[in-house]
Design a protein around this ligand. Structure first.
Ligand SMILES: [Zn+2]
Length: 134
């Protein structure tokens, strides 16, 4: 048997033991977000705003994730280990936030477009735009 190569696969650091069913004592600022028992991962530990974004995540054990979160508002960064359920929930909240954002965005861009059209029509009326402009 030749031991010519050193087997060194990129292993995740094993500093965190796989959770064994007992509740994790994660020092999370919003450990029970809205009374459902799930931590409110989307809520900032610094300024309490609900727009926290995931920076990084790693599977820990078989059903938990170590997630690093960052608040775009106050730059707060927190890392915690959460159950699959809590992460799923966070995912749904992110999704909902994203849809809300897209809704706002399309409303805003529509408003901008309408403003542009109004502006353009006004410019046409006051002869500010002549064929040479095209
Ligand atoms: Zn914050």
């Amino acid at each position: 048997m030749a031991h010519d190569t050193e087997h060194n696969p990129e292993q995740a650091p094993q500093d965190l033991a796989a959770p064994s069913g007992e509740p994790l004592s994660t020092p999370w600022p919003h450990a029970d977000g809205d009374g459902t028992g799930d931590p409110a991962l989307w809520r900032c530990g610094g300024c309490d705003c609900p727009f926290v974004q995931p920076l990084d995540w790693d599977l820990v054990g078989r059903s938990h994730w170590r997630v690093t979160l960052r608040c775009p508002n106050c730059e707060w960064v927190g890392t915690g280990v959460f159950s699959q359920d809590a992460v799923d929930r966070f995912d749904r909240e992110l999704d909902r936030g994203m849809r809300k954002l897209q809704g706002t965005l399309s409303r805003v861009s529509r408003a901008c477009m309408e403003a542009d059209i109004a502006h353009f029509a006004q410019a046409l009326e006051s002869d500010l735009i002549v064929p040479f402009d095209f």
